[in-house]
Design a protein around this ligand. Structure first.
Ligand code: NZQ
Ligand code: ZN
Length: 397
């Protein structure tokens, strides 16, 4: 095992009607004037935004609001939010929504607390010194951004999607009412389940030595996500399944399932970020579209983990051949994705990049990772290109 620091300062308030506590939670953090940030309208239609405003009113907290965050959140809206936050002298940001809203709020938090271009942080030109405090009312179980130190923003100038990680942006609190996720379209629920599964898989498939306790937690989490995703397919209003998924989403990306590891592989996330930047695909669907090709490309270099995963997570019986068993595990994951109507190729994702586009994405992916990425197998630009090529059509054995 490796040395590690585990830091999860976010206060979690979980369960039915918890959004009514939002105002009190902001007051507890010393917030007096809030930038209320949200997406394309689901929180308006569901009535959630009104309920949150009511809880701010009860605590005599002022607010200004900025909606309009889109999936793969844009830098231009972040700039607007920074200008607004400065002009209105807000001292707290409240994200009401999913990963895109939370990530946009984090970027606004960095920008509003300092000077200069906030994109510098995402372009690795400099590091922020502070971030406005922020809180979250979560509406989709997926990104884990409600407890993570990460923010992913898309710069329309070049359509570059980049993540930046820093503990400064960890939310002060996260309100999680599983009922709020019941208005999600089935496709978004499925994308969320896929992303949650992937956050632990990215940490699990590693060539480093790990810890048994972490591996066991990770395996339990992955089994729970798969089982409850299946329940939600049939019964989207099942509160228990929504709750399991929501809590799994946070635990899957707050580093619990990576303690003692090497930071994980995260190559699929790198490959997806290029797809999201160029083609504006949903993050979870993009991950599903490349995972099978990635897994087939790397599994021989990380056979012991793929073998263990097949048996302990996907319930495959040992065939007597580690390689064959591992491959059956990969097939079972793809079968699971298909059952959720998630794509397992770029074609099924609905995009048809030509050779030039694939080369461009591989180049950008390698460059953003400093030339190499991955732990199950270290990937260079040519490997990334090979995986994109495999993913173009449904990957085959
Ligand atoms: O904009 P609205 O109208 O709210 O609609 C959203 C959006 O269209 C809708 N939605 C959310 N909650 C809903 C709802 N519709 C009905 N009822 C509800 N309760 O769902 C759509 C997707 O929302 P989005 O916030 O984009 O989803 P998600 O949470 O999956 O976030 C995706 C973004 O997070 C990034 C991704 O790259 C992507 O940009 N990630 C952030 C991470 C982090 N900060 O730690 C880690 C992840 O790996 C990921 O990269
Ligand atoms: Zn993700």
């Amino acid at each position: 095992m490796q040395n590690f620091t585990y830091y999860t300062p976010t206060k979690v308030v979980f369960g039915r009607n918890t959004e009514a506590q939002t105002g009190a939670l902001i007051k507890e953090q010393g917030g007096k004037k809030v930038l209320l940030h949200y997406g394309g309208g689901s929180v308006v239609r569901s009535g959630l935004l009104d309920r949150v405003k009511e809880s701010l009113r009860e605590q005599e907290i002022d607010w200004v609001e900025l909606g309009g965050v889109v999936p793969n959140p844009r830098l231009s809206l972040v700039y607007q939010g920074i200008a607004m936050a400065k002009e209105e002298q807000v001292d707290f940001i409240l994200a009401v929504g999913g990963g895109s809203v939370i990530d946009s709020a984090k970027a606004i938090g960095y920008g509003a607390a300092g000077e200069g271009d906030v994109w510098d942080f995402y372009a690795r030109k400099r590091k922020p010194l502070s971030c406005l405090p922020l809180g979250v009312v979560l509406t989709i179980a997926a990104s884990g951004s409600e407890m993570s130190n990460s923010s992913v923003i898309t710069n329309e100038d070049g359509w570059i999607k980049r993540g930046y990680r820093d503990d400064l942006c960890r939310p002060r609190f996260a309100v999680m009412n599983p009922e709020l996720t019941m208005t999600l379209p089935p496709h978004q629920t499925a994308c969320g389940c896929t992303d949650i599964l992937m956050h632990t898989m990215e940490r699990y498939f590693t060539s480093a030595e790990t810890m048994e306790i972490t591996d066991s937690i990770a395996e339990a989490l992955m089994r729970t996500v798969i089982a409850n995703a299946r329940i939600l397919l049939e019964d989207p209003r099942n509160y228990e399944a929504r709750a399991e998924m929501m809590w799994a989403g946070s635990l899957s990306h707050n580093d619990l399932t990576g303690c003692g590891g090497d930071g994980g592989d995260f190559a699929c996330h790198g490959l997806e970020h290029e797809l999201g930047g160029l083609y504006d695909v949903a993050h979870g669907a993009g991950l599903a579209a490349v995972w099978g090709s990635w897994a087939r490309y790397v599994y021989r270099d990380c056979l012991h983990r793929f073998y263990r995963f097949a048996i302990r997570v996907m319930g495959i019986s040992d065939t007597g051949s580690r390689e064959e068993t591992a491959l059956k595990g990969i097939e079972a994951v793809e079968e699971f994705f298909r059952s959720l109507r998630m794509p397992t190729s770029l074609e099924e994702l609905g995009i048809h990049p030509g050779a030039e586009e694939l080369e461009l994405m591989a180049k950008k992916c390698a460059a953003s990772a400093g030339g190499r990425k991955g732990s199950a197998k270290v990937l260079y630009e040519e490997d990334m290109l090979a995986i994109y090529e495999m993913a173009r059509q449904r990957s085959r054995l």
